[in-house]
Ligand binder design. Structure first.
Ligand code: SF4
Length: 158
């Protein structure tokens, strides 16, 4: 079918973030409104609900999680790695299903971050790195961009 853009649900304005908020981006909302994009939330697809505990990747990045050398841990200590991996695979399936030309993902998330994530210390500190879903998409040659970089490529994808 016609290639679609897949976008993080929270960027589309859905209140699906861990704390029940959204991260509305007006360009993303317009893509949805114009029928060019559909919204997905890897964490909900992995089996989480909203609200949920904040989680960070501990011991590396999303690439390391896929390799089995890092974990995703909730603030209170629960290991949720498997749910994050499940959400990543579900998102990859969706991207294939809609023949996604590009996936626009919320920066800094342990699932969706594509250049920066939190460093695993739960101290609100960021580091260079990629989330679990973004890592799996890239590994499968699916193009990924953050909402921060979307604006510079909008002309190309519209
Ligand atoms: Fe869901 Fe990704 Fe947004 Fe987190 S950043 S709420 S996983 S869409």
């Amino acid at each position: 079918g016609l290639a679609m853009i897949l976008v993080s649900s929270c960027l589309a304005g859905l209140e699906v973030r861990y704390n029940g908020s959204h991260s509305l981006d007006s360009s993303v909302r317009d893509l949805i409104k114009n029928g060019k994009a559909i919204a997905v939330c890897p964490e909900l697809m992995g089996g989480f609900s909203t609200p949920r505990e904040p989680a960070e990747i501990v011991g590396g990045t999303g690439e390391d999680v896929l390799r089995g050398t890092a974990k995703v841990i909730e603030k209170s200590g629960r290991d949720v790695t498997e749910l994050y991996i499940k959400g990543a695979y579900e998102t990859l399936e969706k991207a294939k299903e809609v023949n996604a030309s590009i996936v626009v993902l919320k920066e800094y998330s342990p699932s969706c971050g594509s250049t920066m994530i939190y460093n695993g210390e739960f101290q609100h500190k960021k580091m260079a790195g990629i989330g679990v879903t973004a890592a799996l998409l890239l590994k499968n040659q699916v193009k990924v961009v953050s909402e921060e970089k979307l604006h510079s490529i909008l002309a190309e994808i519209e």
